[in-house]
Design a protein around this ligand. Structure first.
Ligand SMILES: [Zn+2]
Length: 261
């Protein structure tokens, strides 16, 4: 073991230390790896770990995807170098839980797609850490992952409007015919606005709006104990994916894999 808390570390401005979760890790050259890490203090960081693929590497498995570790980085001109690492928790290190691993990878991929390098967001970091942790325990990894996505949407400032009509801002009461949701406008649309313009929305159940509202105020630790009916899950999944896709304008590779399960 080694310590990251030596004096030498603190005295050098070229070095920085932070907790982080590996979002992606690719092989580079003969022995190196380039990792994309979502860090607590510096947001997303891309860095190289030299000699990591040699048998006696000091890094062990710390640069594997979904590993939560403390990293010591050395600032470089083009790319930073990972100088040391110490694993805090290894999520899904076994290949036994293929489905949970796929959902966890999907969570990491979303954070990767929706963030820029160097933008710190403590809430997002904690959310990812929590999601990976509770994915291990939950019996419904799909509900947990979809809940994580709505929380990410909220944390990044794309939270939909459920109480007020997102077009005219009027309060939306309990509508008899269910509700209408616009991905583009970001929320529920009242009956009046729907009758004026029939573009860019989809019908959703009353259950959907209540569910997403509930998800947004309920910690993942609690959500991990619940499940919802398959029909409701399908609606939640469809709206979540189109909402995320619209707001990120990027496609998620693992989504396709998960859908094929
Ligand atoms: Zn309206």
């Amino acid at each position: 073991m080694f310590t990251l808390f030596g004096k030498r570390v603190y005295n050098s401005i070229m070095l920085y230390k932070t907790e982080g979760i590996v979002l992606k890790s690719i092989e580079y050259g003969d022995a190196d790896k380039i990792a994309t890490i979502y860090t607590k203090n510096y947001g997303k960081v891309q860095a190289i770990a030299k000699g990591i693929r040699k048998t006696k590497s000091k890094f062990g498995s710390s640069l594997e995807i979904l590993t939560y570790a403390v990293f010591l980085f050395y600032k470089g001109k083009n790319i930073d170098t990972i100088s040391q690492s110490e694993i805090l928790e290894s999520f899904f290190s076994t290949s036994k839980e293929v489905i949970k691993f796929a959902f966890a990878t999907n969570c990491a991929e979303i954070v990767n797609k929706l963030t820029e390098e160097g933008e710190t967001n403590f809430s997002l970091f904690n959310l990812l850490k929590e999601a990976l942790h509770y994915l291990k325990e939950t019996n419904d990894p799909k509900l947990l992952t979809l809940s994580f996505k709505w929380k990410v949407i909220s944390v990044l400032g794309y939270k939909p409007s459920f109480k007020l009509c997102c077009r005219c801002n009027k309060r939306v009461g309990a509508q008899k015919m269910g509700e209408y949701f616009s991905v583009k406008d970001g929320g529920i649309i009242c009956n009046e606005c729907v009758s004026k313009d029939n573009k860019d929305y989809r019908p959703v159940s009353n259950y959907f709006a209540k569910l997403v509202n509930k998800i947004l105020i309920t910690p993942l630790s609690i959500i991990s104990n619940y499940t919802i009916p398959e029909k409701r899950m399908k609606e939640l999944e469809e709206v979540t994916e189109s909402y995320l896709t619209y707001h990120s304008e990027k496609s998620f590779k693992t989504d396709k894999f998960l859908k094929s399960l």
